[in-house]
Design a protein around this ligand. Structure first.
Ligand SMILES: [Fe+2]
Ligand SMILES: [Fe+2]
Length: 135
């Protein structure tokens, strides 16, 4: 059965795929699309998942993860500005931050969700997440 962890991990794979396929000189459309998808994923994560951890007083590295979300969006904006010159260094940096970030969430944070979420909240939360995660 699909749960929050499975859904979010799948979403990571999808984001990672579009990030990895960027190449050295992406089009503006690709960057806009990536930004939209990253932003939406981060918003869902902060609004539903991180909030659940904070409410349960299980803070871990939540605030560091939120900072990294901001950092990744700024990098995407900088990449867009540099499209005519050479964004490859920034793209490399974005990929690096993103893969460590995803790894931490998939391997450390999301597995803890089972214990954080009350049983009766799990289904509700998944449907809220799906509603908010536009594709
Ligand atoms: Fe995240
Ligand atoms: Fe994530």
């Amino acid at each position: 059965m699909e749960d929050v962890k499975t859904f979010m991990t799948k979403d990571h794979k999808r984001l990672n795929k579009s990030l990895m396929s960027l190449g050295e000189t992406p089009s503006e459309k690709n960057i806009d699309n990536l930004r939209l998808n990253l932003k939406n994923h981060f918003e869902v994560e902060e609004k539903f998942i991180f909030k659940a951890f904070i409410t349960a007083n299980e803070i871990y590295d939540i605030f560091k993860l939120i900072d990294e979300h901001k950092e990744m969006i700024s990098l995407v904006d900088e990449i867009k500005k540099e499209l005519q010159s050479n964004p490859s260094e920034k793209i490399k940096e974005l990929k690096k931050i993103n893969s460590a970030h995803i790894k931490y969430e998939d391997e450390f944070l999301y597995p803890k969700l089972e214990n954080i979420l009350a049983n009766n909240h799990k289904k509700e939360l998944l449907s809220e997440i799906k509603k908010n995660r536009k594709r």
